[in-house]
Design a protein around this ligand. Sequence first.
Ligand SMILES: Nc1ncnc2c1ncn2[C@@H]1O[C@H](COP(=O)(O)OP(=O)(O)OP(=O)(O)O)[C@@H](O)[C@H]1O
Length: 684
Amino acid sequence: MPADYLLNRERIITLLEQWLELDWLRALDLALVKLLAKLDPEASPLMLLAIALTSHQLGRGHICLDLEHLLRDPDLILLLPPEGQLVEAEQILPSQLLSIVSLEQWLSALEQSVLLYRPEQGSAAPLVLSGTRLYLYRYWHYEMSVAGALVQRLDNKLPLADDFADRLDGLFSEPLWVDGQRQTDWQKVACAMAAQGQLTLITGGPGTGKTTTVVRLLALLQQIAVQEGQALRIQLAAPTGKAAARLTESIGGQIASLPIEGRVKQSIPNEVTTLHRLLGSLPGTRHFRHNRTNPLVVDVLVIDEASMIDLEMMHSVLQALPAHARLILLGDKDQLASVEAGSVLGDLCADAEQGYYTLETQQQLEQLCREPITAEHWRRGIAGQHHLAQRTVMLRYSRRFGRDSGIGQLARAVNASDSYQAWQILQQDSADIGYLQLYQSDDAVFEQLVLGGQQGKQCRGYRHYLQVLHEMRPSLEQPLTSDCWQEWAMHVLTAFDKFRLLCALRQGDYGVAGLNERIVQLLYRKSLITRAQGWYEGRPVLVMQNDYSLGLMNGDIGIALYLPNSEVNAESDAPAYVLRVVFPRNDGTDGVRFILPSRLTAVETVFAMTVHKSQGSEFAHTALILPDRLNPVLTKELLYTGITRARDKFTLIESRGGIFKASVQRKVERVSGLSQAIAKQSIN
Ligand SMILES: Nc1ncnc2c1ncn2[C@@H]1O[C@H](COP(=O)(O)OP(=O)(O)OP(=O)(O)O)[C@@H](O)[C@H]1O
């Protein structure tokens, strides 16, 4: 009887051990249960079960376990058994176990345990129950601290120069017209909001002008500050090296074209750093050099690609941010949430679509922007209820993917969970959208796609960068010190970004491992690479862990190239050429550096990469291959993120019909209490 497992602690631990063997739980989940069971020998089986499930959910990105929510449909919410796994008759499912448990009974079992933190007693405890949500203490603390730090910044209004509205008009001189209709210029609204407050959230899809907005805002703020004799100390950051490099590139060009004085231009930084570098990672720990006691020296902090920030990182950023500083978060709320637990930007921007401005906010912004503020689906907000909405702007018009763009239409349909429309767009076969159905694992169309070249310039594959590698190789007489090697390496790296195959999973035939193997074999068969294992010229690799000694960040991509051996001389018989891996410097200089393969400890081949890892990057042609069966990671957020990585062309590859349509209808729902904590702390 499933209920027997709840009779005593030994039995529930036996069941959890069975779940571990089935891969339903992680070893870490069970280790935590056993550790806490020792700390509280009285903890009931229901408490031990709750610990295991809270830890399991944390591993899936949820900050906490909502018991009430869980009891409605335990197997679905826990995703147990994992999709695709068949259940044997003797296996006990969470739904069977919990069918006899009521919410009241479970809460009361938890409340009796000394493992629960009781604020009135003030003593440390590993778990926190907040309403019906159970947290590991650390995550509850992060949530409360992030909510508190944001609330402190919510209502602080900063003084504006008397001629602010004129200055804003100067930067947005043309009213915004879209398809013959006058529209609210949300970029202008975002600038006005960010100028007058300490916290601003700017969300928008690809090409909606987030970077342009922030550059104009910084110009505006800096113009005023420079005139007053004290330039602002501005820092720009992004969660990954790749995202930082992209922003560095686009910001540099935009600053140059601003209609402002040279000295103001010079006071706007054009270099974007990673959050880890900004905060000063302390290797081997979760801590940073900059924190509450050693805050950052900054007046304005702008963080791009904020959807990739997890709760713990957000906590660290807010701890290190001085009280007077402005914080501006930019990102696309509809993209996949962070790999680690939390969905900070999604939680903070929950009201962005409908606006929810109070009359007061709307009137203030209209006065500053000198234009009416309205949008489709617009709702009126209530003071004291829609706090964050008063600090949020959603940019709604994509200059990159207009109404006619197939990529834009597909992204919008997927985002709206409209599987019928999304499917129609895929089948239209417009110039920037492709669809391939694979009927067998060695389908020739897959090979054609990966090699590329047959279907016009937009449809590049991996043959292209290997051709650049061979055809542009400098003369072998050139010494390593010659610039030509750096330039060649940069060309190869740029060419590699013309195409990328994305996938949803890590394992299996349609995961990173299987696809990389298949592509390597294909390129080897076509004599485009010289080896099919180990290191070979042209091998692209992805850095899997930050390596501060080499200056490499998780997510950096390098390519192995033969370069002149600097150690060779007349007497030595060392080879004239050695393989080195070239990485972009990611500092906006277009520079590269060369690292010996033997120094790279945590890298993997990256012909195929997960959509998660591709966040913050963009490729001219992006192909997304879906697995042959449904999996929990297949959601509209994953598809949307994959599609919006494409600049000129997107190709969807299905290995079984129906997977795309089913995935469009599934949403990521991460459980957290951040919005509630902000609402609660705003009232207090
Ligand atoms: N107000 C504007 N007037 C004219 N062009 C603009 C304006 N805003 C943005 N653009 C142009 O639209 C394009 C996209 O803008 P931008 O790079 O700022 O968008 P983004 O949202 O930051 O894009 P991404 O999705 O790459 O982060 C750029 O070419 C930019 O120059």
